[in-house]
Design a protein around this ligand. Structure first.
Ligand SMILES: [Zn+2]
Ligand SMILES: [Zn+2]
Length: 110
């Protein structure tokens, strides 16, 4: 069974296995002929299209990741949205922040 959308009369109808693969739209006033094979193909591409959108992919290696902000399990880069940070850069940034904070504390203690 397959739901077919007729572009002529803008109505949906159900195609069942006992119907021919090619035939006329069941709507009396409509002359459109359906082709079940092309309809099936359209259905499949539509399904895979939505599935691809759901999967999050690492911008660095294209591997599957579980969240938008995570460490990629395939290439160990840090993924932030569609940007990536190499782990080494991240550690340098953390070091600079820590040095900055220690300087601030030094001045506060004085
Ligand atoms: Zn029709
Ligand atoms: Zn990756």
């Amino acid at each position: 069974m397959l739901k077919i959308h007729c572009p002529e009369c803008k109505q949906f109808f159900l195609w069942t296995d006992d119907m021919p693969a090619r035939g006329k739209c069941p709507n009396k006033d409509c002359e459109w002929t359906y082709d079940i094979h092309s309809a099936l193909k359209q259905n499949i591409t539509r399904h895979t299209g939505t599935a691809e959108k759901k999967d999050l992919l690492c911008p660095a290696c294209g591997g599957e990741i579980t969240a938008r902000f995570t460490v990629c399990p395939h290439c160990t880069n840090i993924v932030l949205g569609n940007k990536i940070f190499k782990k080494s850069y991240f550690f340098v940034a953390v070091c600079i922040i820590l040095i900055g904070l220690s300087l601030v504390f030094k001045y506060l203690v004085k």
